[in-house]
Design a binder for this molecule. Structure first.
Ligand code: GLU
Length: 499
């Protein structure tokens, strides 16, 4: 019999924007936790903010999660289908479940009607502020008699439903799996609104009812929600049968991610969207790895954590309470390791979309000359940190005419144009004489040129490099010459020496 695991976690993004690094990290931890425990990972779309939620953002979130390599057991899928039977998985479609939940709370006396108008509430808040008191609701309507309530209802006075924060308790204790035990004094918990006068639920009510209905066992989310937790715990308790505390899920609040300046990571720090990191040339597994390490570690040394390791080794007790600092250099370093670890075949396939996007190559070309690509791949993969470097580093090999960088021209060709012309012409002759244009032959004839010409190797090789690649940085010189081929190499040497 397979072990029946009770773990059910959810990632519940609001599609008011695209998926950012912080949200992605929350998703990764939920996913890894579910996989580690053989549980279910649920994707719920908290789309109640109808003005800011868009289908495009939903799509982008699904795409970004998929690109990162995350899979989810329940929720909307990329192909438009819905998996799981705890749906609907869009909060706006769950409207029918909030009324019964409210009725349950009314029946067990944990919710009450509040008839205070906006103006009255504002006046109360102002007065409380002046008196230096709490800014929470003063509970006027909690003390109305049954008759008073009935009179207002009969007169069609608009009302909201509020949570009746229990009396006689001093605090709400959150046993947080990351932060440890955190006690919130009961005075800090307001009789918050559960249902607005138009019948729509507030975030705290909807989220809690959904989590309860979906059987969520662990709520792993950013600590910006920490102040909501005691309120939600009270709602969980109120929704559960008397004394049944097992219905309250465990919580794990993740510290925020900070930028270099110690402030919360945001657009001010540059790119923060997952799709931006994809466009910057990060590999999905590397970004997954880098994000996982923002607050979690396997041990003190390990930097490379593959998706498989995450699924097998992730644990909340190794998530740090301290804010994580986003470190671009470290992320690039991780990316470069993933690039180097790819097989030649994998790297060719990884390069292809970047080359294709620039119209430099396509699958047909790879199929037509696989050995050429096999030779190219390691020369590039050893030298780059980001996939965006593929095109600038290899473009000269694909185009008919190379564009020579201005600075490179000034430095390597024009500075001493006579000497350069001598060096390039000699290279031309040496290469022209080769019948077999392969690495040993090319290397043999080019390597000896500086001595033969009595010139510094750097001067000769830099001139050749710029003439052929257009740039002062290129893959290794002899290999570049071979990859470029005899015809193109001679042509470029001739053009550059005449200049
Ligand atoms: N929809 C909420 C958000 O995006 C998530 C709430 C939660 O995880 O409890 O912040």
């Amino acid at each position: 019999m397979p072990e029946v695991s009770p773990v059910r976690v959810r990632f519940a993004p609001s599609p008011t924007g695209t998926l950012h690094l912080g949200g992605a990290r929350t998703a990764i931890y939920n996913w890894a936790f579910a996989r580690k425990h053989g549980g279910d990972f649920i994707l719920r779309i908290d789309d109640t903010d109808s003005e800011r939620s868009t289908p495009e953002n939903v799509q982008q979130i699904l795409d970004a999660l998929t690109w990162l390599g995350l899979d989810w057991d329940e929720g909307p899928k990329l192909d438009g289908s819905i998996a799981g039977d705890a749906g609907p998985y869009f909060q706006t479609q769950r409207g029918d479940s909030y009324q019964p939940a409210l009725e349950k709370m009314i029946a067990n006396n944990t919710a009450y009607r509040c008839f205070c108008t906006m103006e009255e509430l504002a006046a109360k808040r102002d007065a409380a502020r002046l008196a230096g008191g709490s800014s929470g609701y003063d509970r006027t309507c909690r003390h109305l008699s049954v008759e008073e309530v009935q009179t207002k209802v009969d007169a069609d006075t608009p009302f909201v439903w509020r949570l009746k924060v229990p009396e006689g308790r001093t605090s709400i204790v959150v046993n947080d799996l990351v932060r440890g035990e955190t006690a919130f004094p009961i005075e800090a918990v307001d009789d918050l609104v559960l249902m607005r006068s138009d019948g729509t639920p507030t975030y705290n009510f909807a989220s809690t009812v959904d989590d309860a209905d979906m059987g969520i066992t662990h709520i792993i989310r950013g600590d910006d929600h920490l102040s909501n937790t005691p309120k939600q715990i009270l709602i969980f308790e109120a929704l559960a049968a008397d004394d049944d505390k097992s219905a309250v899920p465990a919580f794990a609040h993740l510290s925020m991610i900070y930028g270099d300046d110690g402030k919360k990571l945001s657009k001010r720090h540059g790119a923060v969207g997952v799709e931006e990191f994809a466009a910057m040339g990060f590999l999905p597994d590397a970004l997954l790895n880098g994000l996982a390490l923002l607050g979690w570690s396997l041990d003190a040394e390990t930097t490379i954590v593959t998706p498989k390791m995450l699924k097998e080794k992730f644990s909340l007790d190794r998530v740090s309470k301290n804010p994580a600092r986003f470190d671009m250099a470290k992320l690039e370093h991780i990316n470069s390791i993933y690039i180097q670890e790819m097989s030649t075949e994998e790297f060719v396939q990884a390069m292809l979309p970047w080359l294709e996007a620039e119209g430099l190559s396509d699958a047909e070309d790879v199929a037509a000359r696989p050995e050429w690509y096999t030779e190219l791949a390691p020369l590039i993969s050893e030298r780059i940190k980001l996939m965006t470097e593929v095109v600038p580093m290899t473009k000269f090999l694909f185009v008919d005419e190379v564009e020579i960088d201005k600075k490179a021209r000034a430095k390597a060709l024009d500075k001493d144009s006579e000497t350069t012309a001598i060096a390039l012409k000699a290279t031309y002759s040496a290469l022209e004489g080769l019948d077999t244009f392969d690495l040993p032959n090319v290397e043999a004839v080019v390597k000896t040129l500086p001595a033969e010409l009595d010139l510094k190797p750097r001067v000769v090789f830099q001139a050749i490099r710029v003439a052929l690649s257009g740039s002062l940085v290129s893959p290794p010189l002899f290999e570049s010459i071979v990859l470029l081929g005899k015809e193109r190499s001679l042509e470029r040497l001739s053009v550059a020496s005449k200049h």
